[in-house]
Design a binder for this molecule. Structure first.
Ligand code: SAM
Length: 190
């Protein structure tokens, strides 16, 4: 994973700052930056973006291959020293199953979930990265259970990224929804 890529650099600088959808879903406000548990870290892009906006993020990833790619990306970002924030201070990776780790965590303010969707829309699947993640980890068929655990342990909110038109992750209706062109954030306030 290359956190110093031109694409991520551009998104970091021109993505809309704290007004963009993910920031609003997470509850970022002027002067307020929640600590986030990203329970489905993947390649760490969302975590990176949230960290660049000032949030400390604990990333959890259970796939050993993706975790290794993340470690490599984080190390290179730290060594590169070209970012205006400290990756070392803001981004922490924990390897393992998020449901188990969340249950062992004393405090979870905001939990973010972006599980693989079994029937990803064509546009999502077309992305090489997503196809690679699917090839490595398959579908996250236990995602609804992870949401249940997150709802039990988060003290402020749980945010779930879903493809456009997909049903909610479990039967529970979100408190509010933030929609984008191809996807949406279901926000569950505690
Ligand atoms: C769609 S990807 C996430 C992409 C990520 N948001 C990004 O920006 O790169 C989903 C990832 O969540 C991980 N995952 C799913 N369920 C998990 C769980 N219970 N514990 C840890 N990791 C999990 C999968 O291994 C996969 O790497």
């Amino acid at each position: 994973m290359d956190f110093l890529s031109d694409a991520l650099n551009y998104r970091r600088q021109h993505g809309g700052g704290i007004k963009q959808a993910i920031a609003r879903a997470i509850g970022i406000k002027p002067g307020f930056r929640p600590h986030i548990i990203d329970a489905t870290a993947g390649l760490g892009k969302d975590s990176f973006l949230l960290s660049s906006l000032g949030c400390k993020v604990t990333m959890i990833e259970r796939s050993p291959v993706l975790a290794a790619l993340l470690v490599d990306g984080l190390e290179r970002a730290i060594q590169g020293q070209s970012l205006p924030f400290s990756v070392k201070e803001m981004m922490t990776l924990v390897k393992g199953d998020a449901a188990k780790i969340i249950r062992e965590t004393t405090a979870a303010h905001t939990i973010y979930l972006d599980p693989m969707y079994p029937h990803s829309s064509k546009s999502a699947l077309n992305k090489l990265e997503m196809r690679m993640i699917r090839f490595l980890v398959g579908d996250d068929l236990d995602a609804a259970k992870l949401l249940d655990t997150a709802l039990e342990y988060a003290s402020n909110r749980v945010v779930v990224k879903r493809p456009k038109g997909a049903p909610t992750l479990s039967g529970i209706t979100p408190s509010h929804v933030i929609t984008m062109k191809n996807s949406r954030y279901d926000v569950y306030m505690i």
